[in-house]
Design a protein. Structure first.
Length: 101
């Protein structure tokens, strides 16, 4: 099992590759909003580990995901802040004793 840290570009790349096949390097680059050199660096790293395979054609390079046994580890981040409300109603400060003397 391959452990991938949540919140990294590696996780984003793996998730995109799991959802969409076939995908080219150019499409992946546009989805991640990264430069081609940065995307290729991550893909070469994955290729050395045996996770992906790059299939170059005459005009495009396709990415093929070779493995699907990933474990995404790390702290789960809540995307939206949840506002908790109390059930207590705000009571008005009604003083029932004698007023100032």
């Amino acid at each position: 099992m391959i452990e991938i840290i949540k919140g990294t570009f590696e996780e984003r790349i793996i998730r995109i590759l799991q959802k969409k096949y076939p995908i080219t390097v150019k499409e992946l680059q546009n989805n991640l909003h990264l430069s081609r050199n940065t995307v290729m660096r991550f893909l070469n790293k994955f290729q050395i580990k045996g996770i992906v395979e790059l299939e170059p054609l005459s005009d495009k390079t396709y990415i093929r995901l070779l493995r699907n046994d990933f474990s995404f580890i790390g702290k789960k981040n809540q995307r939206k802040f949840i506002k908790h409300s109390s059930n207590k109603k705000q009571e008005k400060n009604e003083y029932k004793g004698p007023m100032y003397s």
